[in-house]
Design a protein around this ligand. Structure first.
Ligand code: ADP
Ligand code: MG
Length: 640
């Protein structure tokens, strides 16, 4: 930011550092993305006309606003391109603020985006309009830009001028300026074609066909666009191409195709029309801060607010679109929108419409649903947490990996329930940092043997969603690392074949003694040591006390807060595993007690390591070395 130095009536300003960087990037940007400069300036003209139309409808003194139009005028001999609008114009202060000095986070965000995308593909300058710095794209085709403007609130105007290097100036404009703004581009030598009529025609046709004001070729010239609002048309009369173009118009994205769209219409009890889009990518995943969210809100075709947050909940923030209602007063103020009944009812209808749309998509086009879910599923999970009224509805759309699924497959809660064996009551899940480690958890053994499916929760937000949900279709959601785990009864047919290791002798031989020795060795490292009913092969596993948070939840809470207390857990040991059986036999002789206790410590340590924690590494290392020494002693050098 800089202060102006007054020289006569002319004031000089330097651009804020980030804007300088931005200008540098733009003036060296790719040749083929340059069309967007014209598009952005037309879009600004259209915004200024929106505001003027609003003012003319709400302020008595401005009732006669004249023709709300845009004129685009090229001059090939002068090498200039002029874009003129009869919008609200700018005062001197507004010029300074909007075009140059006040810190605008948009330029920083945009630069960040450009640097981020530079690694993966070529930077996509065409996104500039989304960051609220579209005006500066003028310097892609011009080496000097002049802005002559008169605000509807003032009798005389101002002229802003810059060569896009480091500074700009503001001077009182000579002569009588009409209300509105005129941007004069002095075209670069390699951009003079922008002064030609065919270029103007082409750009308006490609990018600005949805601008709702006439765009004329020269003062009083022919109108280049047809300005028809597609959302008031019946759905079956709007073509796919029109939907796509409208999306590109709304998003300032010249060649992106939305993943899907939704056209809603109702006449009672409230009249509204809406067109909503899902973009193909989730920008938040590229490390951006949370997207601004909101839809364009129109009252009887007049744009009232361009990013109305009250129309959608935060978890549907991926949507782009427009809502138009005849039941809204024009002068609805931003502050009261939230409490406005019409807005609230439209919001409810939009949520329902979008969730229904996603249901249908999942059913009719699973491939496309996957393309949607992969980037945006995380927002739906947030929805389960945040939207109690629609919790089950949103949960229906979630997908999880599972112990049953093939690599990469994902299952819905409905599909899980549909294939539950008879007798299974709850829905089982297990959380962990990634699929590979969850799939290896010893807690799964009994589930595998009994053919019970377990959902794998590997995204940190999964557990928050599942915990918020608690039940789905009346079925409890249960983490399988909980101590009070209830398994369905074993069907009679399976009871008859006892597993060899479950014979009573296996248990009798000192198992209770082993439990005691383990308890003594582990002390308050664990809450208790118990016999396990869930293990078939592994010697032990850790489970959580009844009603306590799951292991993964504890891990997440610990990541968020380092002081989160380590909860003590229950160590379950498996009497039928060969190691535990052998320890049972050894326990008959008191000489082996020290060894059994060392084994207890090591087994507990192993279980912790499987969960990503390594307690007391020095003890661990020295213990394992002792074990190895003992094992080595027992080997005879004579046997090869
Ligand atoms: P955005 O349009 O996203 O706000 P821009 O960089 O395109 O970002 O424009 C910055 C601001 O400059 C606009 O918000 C608006 O206040 C002002 N502005 C730009 N062009 C015009 C215009 N033709 N008439 C009135 N104001 C304008
Ligand atoms: Mg703009």
């Amino acid at each position: 930011m800089s202060t102006g130095t007054v020289a006569g009536e002319r004031q000089e300003f330097t651009f804020q550092a980030e804007i300088k960087q931005l200008l540098h990037l733009l003036s060296h940007s790719l040749y083929q993305s340059r069309d967007i400069a014209v598009r952005e300036l037309i879009s600004n003209a259209s915004d200024a006309l929106d505001k003027m139309r609003y003012v003319s409808l709400t302020e008595d003194s401005q009732r006669d606003a004249g023709a709300l139009e845009i004129v685009i005028e090229g001059n090939e001999t002068e090498k200039t391109l002029i874009i003129r609008d009869a919008g609200i114009g700018m005062t001197q202060d507004e010029l300074v603020q909007n075009l140059g000095t006040i810190a605008r986070s948009g330029s920083a965000e945009f630069l960040k985006a450009m640097t981020a995308s530079a690694g993966t593909s070529k930077p996509d300058v065409s996104l500039i309009g989304q960051f609220g710095v579209g005006f500066y794209s003028a310097f892609m085709i011009a080496d000097r830009v002049r802005v002559r403007t008169r605000s509807y609130r003032e009798g005389s105007g101002w002229e802003w001028e810059s060569d896009g290097s480091g500074s700009f100036s503001i001077t009182p404009a000579e002569g009588d300026l009409p209300r509105g703004t005129e941007v004069i581009l002095h075209l670069k030598d390699d951009a003079t074609d922008y002064a030609s009529t065919w270029r103007a025609r082409e750009i308006v046709r490609r990018y600005s066909s949805f601008v709702p004001y006439p765009i004329r070729l020269g003062q009083g010239g022919e109108v280049l666009n047809d300005q028809k609002p597609i959302w008031v048309e019946p759905k079956n009369q709007v073509t796919e191409e029109q939907y796509t173009r409208f999306y590109q118009h709304l998003t300032h994205h010249p060649d992106e195709t939305p993943l899907w769209h939704l056209h809603l219409a109702a006449d009672s009890p409230i009249q509204y029309r809406a067109i909503l889009y899902c973009p193909p990518t989730n920008l938040e995943r590229f490390g951006f801060t949370k997207l601004d969210h909101g839809l364009h809100l129109c009252a009887r075709r007049v744009l009232v607010q361009s990013e109305c947050r009250d129309l959608i909940p935060e978890y549907l923030r991926f949507l782009f679109g427009l809502v138009d209602s005849e039941d809204l007063p024009l002068n609805v103020s931003r502050e009261t929108l939230q409490d406005n009944t019409v807005i609230r009812r439209i919001r409810t209808a939009i949520i329902k419409g979008v969730l229904d749309r996603l249901d249908r998509l999942a059913e009719e086009d699973p491939e496309k649903y996957r393309a949607f879910y992969e980037p945006f599923g995380i927002m739906l999970k947030q929805g389960v947490v945040e939207d109690p009224a629609n919790r089950e509805r949103v949960a229906k759309l979630l997908r999880f990996s599972s112990s049953r699924g093939e690599e990469g497959a994902s299952v819905s809660l409905d599909a899980y329930i549909a294939r539950m064996p008879e007798g299974q009551k709850p829905i089982y899940y297990l959380g962990g940092p990634d699929l590979a480690s969850v799939a290896k958890s010893p807690n799964l053994e009994i589930f595998r043997r009994r053919g019970l499916e377990v959902l794998f929760l590997t995204d940190p937000i999964d557990e928050f969603a599942i915990t918020a949900l608690t039940t789905y279709q009346g079925k409890k959601l249960v983490s399988i690392d909980s101590a009070d785990l209830e398994l369905p009864e074993v069907p009679e047919s399976e009871k008859d074949e006892p597993k060899p290791d479950e014979s009573p002798e296996a248990k009798e031989s000192g198992f209770p003694r082993v439990l005691d020795l383990f308890r003594a060795a582990l002390g308050n490292r664990v809450k208790d040591v118990r016999e396990s009913k869930r293990l078939t092969d592994s010697p032990c596993c850790l489970v959580n006390v009844e009603g306590g948070p799951s292991t993964q939840m504890q891990r997440i809470l610990r990541m968020a807060n380092r002081d989160f207390p380590e909860t003590s857990r229950i160590l379950e040991i498996n009497p039928s595993s060969p190691l535990i059986r052998r320890l049972g036999q050894l326990s008959a002789n008191a000489d082996h007690e020290a060894f059994i206790k060392q084994c207890a410590l090591q087994l507990w340590t192993n279980a912790m390591i499987l969960e990503g924690v390594t307690p007391d590494p020095e003890d661990l290392v020295s213990r394992v070395q002792t074990f190895m020494t003992e094992a080595a002693e027992k080997r005879s050098p004579l046997i090869l």
